[in-house]
Design a protein around this ligand. Structure first.
Ligand code: ARG
Length: 487
């Protein structure tokens, strides 16, 4: 009986944790104030001065002239602007599946893209250039010199297509421009193809720049709208028209370039990085905990159900249980996440937010492992215990509840604890779909500071502290539960 009340205590503790963390998440999530119309913008905020992260008043903000244009559009529509930051190659699927209403991301209206989405009038033009390290400055390559060279490009961009056209070039296609710059700095690639407006932001002592493709190779930028959404398309073109006639776009570009120009302080040590960006990590911790706590709770529920299936007398249920465990354990969680986040949205129109997709993936995944842990625990209880209980006149259910399960629970507690710790660490995978957890924030800090080590060491330390505290707590619970054994 005492044991049962302890269960309740643990559960209660979780509920309390949840009710305290959940409101924070909701407040900062995409659900803005109710009632007002929302305009969801998809962008890849790695493209200064178009769109980029910047710490203003100690808070991480997405700024840039694309963002300013988006704000103008939202204002004209009387809507509230919600920004979704993601990898550049995730933008088209996000737009098509209805996850976002429009895409402003310095995107060039190519014929290929026009097959899947519509574009507004163009609002900006830039040129293609090649970035190289300062040490190679006098090489000043042209496109022809790039044959057989190691080149960095952004995944899904027109620069990737240009790179593919260079004979023998070995391309490294990455999500973020800042990743490409890091690759260039660390000699993993020897050149990067980018747009001149963007390259300008990286011109400093470390990286040199050489213009390469002639002027006619221009990259225009336009706003992507879902096919058939002519109402929004017209509104967007209307706003662009107005901005152009007011000469506002040039002004927004200048403002954004100034924002981009005041660079982050270089050579901060790890403690300074942590202190300056502590609010980023704090947000990350909140989401990681929320994600893991909900993942564990639903994982336990799924695990119990699947475990019961596996132990059931009806063979079809047993089969379902086994199939679930085998399939989930036999496929990578990243793949499961992609199916749940993109697959369901594009194929069935079931659109989950990153938070929802993350919780679903984590619960489904840990459910399989927990089911096995529970099953091992129940199997591990001596048959004699059940038989003795039955012979004392207990029904099967009561014998399970009061005799077998409490013993099983005690036996598997360490294994469950391990699984919780695993979930906290594995939840970092959810960052790839833009879930603002610790890992995601570490990348953001990396993108802002151009430091490759400190942001991740800080993340590692935070994960370690979380898992360490958790395993200490679990150890304590374990000792409490086993106290009754030492009579
Ligand atoms: N203009 C190029 C394209 O459409 C690159 C755009 C990249 N944009 C970004 N936000 N990273 O492919």
């Amino acid at each position: 009986m005492k044991l049962i009340s302890r269960y309740t205590m643990v559960l209660l503790a979780f509920v309390v944790l949840l009710t305290t963390v959940a409101p924070v998440a909701l407040a900062t999530g995409t659900t803005g104030n109710s009632g007002s119309k929302k305009l969801v913008l998809g962008t890849s905020a790695d493209f200064a001065p178009y769109e980029f992260h910047k710490v203003i008043d100690g808070k991480d903000q997405i700024v840039g002239f694309d963002i300013s244009i988006a704000k103008e559009i939202a204002a004209d529509l009387g809507a509230e602007l919600v920004i979704e930051d993601m990898g550049f190659d995730g933008l088209l699927p996000a737009l098509q599946s209805g996850r976002v209403d429009m895409v402003i991301s310095g995107m060039t209206p190519t014929d290929e893209r026009k097959q899947s989405i519509d574009f507004s009038d163009t609002y900006y033009k830039s040129k293609q250039v090649i970035m190289i390290r300062n040490a190679d400055k006098d090489k000043y390559p042209t496109m022809a010199d790039l044959e057989n060279e190691k080149i960095g490009v952004q995944k899904g961009s027109i620069q990737e297509t240009i790179g593919q056209g260079i004979p023998g070039a070995k391309l490294t296609a990455l999500d973020k421009i800042s990743d490409i710059v890091l690759q260039l700095q660390t000699n993993r690639v020897n050149a990067a193809i980018v747009e001149d407006t963007v390259a300008a932001g990286y011109l400093d002592d470390v990286i040199g720049l050489a213009p390469a493709i002639p002027d006619e190779e221009q990259a225009e930028a336009a706003i992507g709208i879902r096919k058939g959404n002519t109402e929004l398309l017209n509104a967007v073109n209307g706003t662009l028209e107005r901005l152009k006639s007011e000469n506002k776009i040039d002004q927004l570009v200048t403002e954004a370039s100034q924002l981009m120009a005041d660079k982050v302080k270089k050579d901060q040590n790890i403690f300074q990085v942590f202190w300056e960006y502590k609010s980023f990590y704090a947000t990350g911790v909140g989401y990681t905990l929320l994600l893991s706590a909900l993942g564990v709770i639903f994982g336990v529920i799924i695990g119990l159900i699947i475990c019961l299936f596996r132990l059931h007398d009806v063979s079809i249920l047993r089969w379902i249980g086994t199939a679930y465990v085998e399939v989930i354990r036999g496929t990578p969680m990243l793949v499961q996440l992609m199916i749940i986040y993109y697959g369901l949205a594009l194929t069935f129109g079931i659109t989950f937010s990153p938070l929802q997709a993350g919780i679903i993936t984590l619960s489904i995944n840990s459910g399989a492992y927990l089911a096995e842990i529970f099953r091992a625990g129940i199997k591990g209880v001596d048959r004699g215990q059940l038989e003795a209980a039955r012979s004392l006149g207990m029904g099967r259910g009561a014998a399970m509840r009061f005799i077998v399960l409490p013993q099983a629970f005690k036996a598997v507690l360490p294994a469950i604890g391990n699984e919780f710790v695993t979930i906290i660490k594995e939840s970092s995978i959810i960052s790839v779909i833009g879930m603002v957890d610790i890992m995601y924030q570490a990348s953001v800090v990396k993108n802002i500071t151009y430091q490759g080590m400190s942001p991740f060491l800080i993340a590692a330390a935070i994960y370690f502290v979380l898992t360490f505290i958790l395993s200490k707590l679990l150890g304590r619970l374990e000792r409490k539960l086993s106290a009754s054994d030492r009579r």
